[in-house]
Ligand binder design. Structure first.
Ligand code: ZN
Length: 144
């Protein structure tokens, strides 16, 4: 049985969940895919899909895939491995961050310590304003 996402808090303008320690991501399953938890539905996001994946040591994803319209950013949290995009293969380690365009055919393989990573999926070309241009400072009194 797959591990469950815990809801921490929610209200009109937010939802907070917890997937637990990174070391326990392997206990999640998304359908047939073990070691993967998707967060779009749990969080109610409307512009992105975020997943956390765990590959045991010396394991490759069993497929290569591309996307119709979404780019992905892979962020390595722990471990090491290799990524292949089209014909290029490169090393991954803690702190590696990789953007892949929709048409890039991609896959991952873990090294000796396994690999735990985030994958952020967003519509390519959809970002119109970001950081300071999109931020609106508010006057909410701190309650902590
Ligand atoms: Zn993908």
């Amino acid at each position: 049985m797959s591990k469950e996402i815990q809801t921490v808090a929610q209200n009109t303008n937010f939802k907070a969940v917890c997937v637990g320690p990174w070391a326990e991501i392997a206990q999640f399953a998304a359908g047939e895919v073990k070691g993967k938890v998707f967060l779009k539905d749990a969080l109610g996001t409307s512009g992105s899909e975020l997943s956390v994946g765990a590959l045991p040591a010396h394991t490759a994803l069993p497929f290569f895939h591309a996307h119709k319209q979404n780019e992905e950013v892979y962020i390595v949290l722990q471990g090491s491995g290799k990524m292949q995009v089209d014909e290029d293969v490169f090393d991954l380690k803690e702190g590696s961050v990789v953007r892949v365009s929709p048409k890039g055919s991609r896959s991952l393989k873990s090294g000796a310590e396994g690999l735990i990573y985030l994958c952020l999926q967003t519509k390519a070309g959809s970002l119109e304003e970001w950081t300071g241009k999109d931020a609106v400072f508010t006057q909410t009194p701190a309650k902590w």
